[in-house]
Ligand binder design. Structure first.
Ligand code: NAP
Length: 265
């Protein structure tokens, strides 16, 4: 199976890197083209990918086609490749481009998957929302999902929930980094070096996320497990809540969603 990328910017490169590292596709099964030859040619050469001279040629040479261009050029590119899409699966990572928009541009019969990957695909731990159209079923759907399951996890979502997803997974790496930095800063306040405190805070965050995902418990049950009666953890938790931690997080997500929907900053 061949996979083609139209656009090889930051996000496409993160996905390609993950696919090569996991050996889901051999470099010679990855076909690329983008706007400027000086951008895609050296990149393809460096990684042993197949570079072709047009977007149409990407589609002709691929089974799965990933549309990885910026939103402003996506409609023109879809019109350009429309005639070559018969028998192909189209995967879009273009933010804001709905399945309805795709159907208007290339027709409803092209199997299509709308996706929203987050930046953590770069380290193989991404979170990607997916929505398939009615034409994408069976083995084609499995193949399309495998791309994103190779580089993290996926969740099927109704398209009207992509805005919430974008706040919870697209913007949250910044918020989680902010939390890690706050934890680390507290370590510095109490005498650790910044490097050591950051390593400790980041690894504790990673491990706690793994605990949540690998247990059948909600986070509050895990909190209770580590909070012994009259102990230091419950004292810390209550002090954080007195300062409004949960309300601050929810307000931050509300503001993200509002701004994403076109509201004021
Ligand atoms: N970055 C993120 O965290 C993120 C997350 C989720 C979704 N997305 C979506 O992913 C898409 C790509 O984002 P990005 O951050 O990778 O953008 P980017 O770095 O700006 O890359 C855009 C790519 O599109 C190529 N391009 C422009 N016009 C083209 C054309 N007519 N034909 C073929 N290729 C063309 C550019 O070519 P050259 O390299 O030759 O200039 C470039 O490779 C966007 O639609 C964005 O909404 C991004």
């Amino acid at each position: 199976m061949k996979i083609g990328f139209i656009g090889v910017g930051g996000m496409a490169r993160a996905i390609i890197g993950g696919l090569i590292q996991a050996r889901t596709f051999a470099p010679t099964d990855i076909v690329v083209h983008s706007h400027r030859q000086e951008s895609y040619q050296p990149y393809a050469q460096e990684h042993g990918l197949v570079a072709v001279l047009s977007n149409q040629k990407v589609v002709q040479a691929s089974d799965l086609v990933i549309l990885a261009v910026t939103p402003n050029v996506a409609p023109a590119v879809l019109k350009e490749i429309k005639a070559d899409l018969t028998g192909k699966v189209l995967i879009s990572i273009v933010a804001g481009l709905s399945l309805g928009d795709i159907a208007d541009l290339v027709g409803e019969t092209v199997p299509a998957l709308r996706t929203l990957p987050n930046v953590n695909v770069e380290v193989g731990a991404g979170m990607t929302a997916v929505a398939a159209n009615a034409a994408l079923t069976g083995d084609d759907l499995t193949a399309a999902l495998r791309v994103f399951n190779t580089i993290g996890d996926t969740t099927e979502l109704a398209e009207d929930q992509f805005g919430v997803f974008s706040a919870l997974a697209g913007s949250s790496p910044a918020y989680i980094d902010f939390f890690i930095d706050s934890l680390s800063r507290a370590g510095v306040k109490h005498g650790l070096t910044k490097a050591q405190a950051t390593q400790i805070a980041a690894q504790a965050t990673l491990g706690s996320a793994k605990m949540v995902l690998s247990s059948n418990k909600i986070p509050f049950e895990l909190i209770d497990q580590v909070s012994s009666p009259g102990g230091s953890t419950v004292a810390g938790l209550l002090a954080m809540e007195e300062a409004g931690l949960m309300t601050a997080v929810v307000k931050g997500i509300d503001a993200t969603i509002k701004r994403d929907a076109g509201g004021p900053a």
